[in-house]
Design a protein around this ligand. Structure first.
Ligand code: DQA
Length: 141
């Protein structure tokens, strides 16, 4: 299983941004966690982060024929980006949505997830553990 993990805007600021919500561990720690989870599941993983919607859309498009599945935390673009939803639908790869926080228990504007509409599994409010569950789900574990 060859998995692409995509992280959206401001996730590079983990540790600094609202630690009471997102925790004190930084983005490098998240990447280490994801690599360990992939290894444990016997999967290959590529991890990318961008603050640009178009770059995330391009990476989803380029995943076609290269990766077997996607894990996506589109961050704020989750709630706004029909472009990401369309890209995910276009490539038709199995995809799992992850959010560190429980987006259903926060502000009402976070309850809509466009990206999530193209995902077969959703892991919200589990912190880093959500990525491990998403990888395991893609691997059928
Ligand atoms: C987030 C939740 C989003 O609403 C927010 O904009 C983020 C992070 C999460 O992982 O909890 O940037 O995707």
């Amino acid at each position: 299983m060859n998995i692409l993990v995509l992280n959206g805007p401001n996730l590079n600021l983990l540790g600094l941004r609202e630690p009471e919500l997102y925790g004190r561990e930084d983005y490098a720690a998240l990447e280490r966690f994801i690599r360990a989870a992939a290894q444990e599941a016997g999967a290959a993983v590529t991890i990318r982060q961008s603050n640009f919607e178009g770059e995330l859309v391009t990476w989803v498009q380029q995943a076609h024929g290269v990766f077997d599945g996607l894990v996506i935390n589109a961050a704020a673009y989750t709630h706004t980006s029909v472009a990401l939803l369309d890209a995910l639908k276009a490539v038709r790869l199995p995809a799992a949505e992850v959010h560190l926080t429980d987006i259903d228990a926060r502000e009402p504007f976070r309850r809509i997830s466009y990206a999530g509409m193209a995902c077969g599994a959703h892991f919200k409010g589990l912190g880093f553990e959500g990525y491990r569950r998403a990888i395991r789900w893609l691997c059928g574990l």
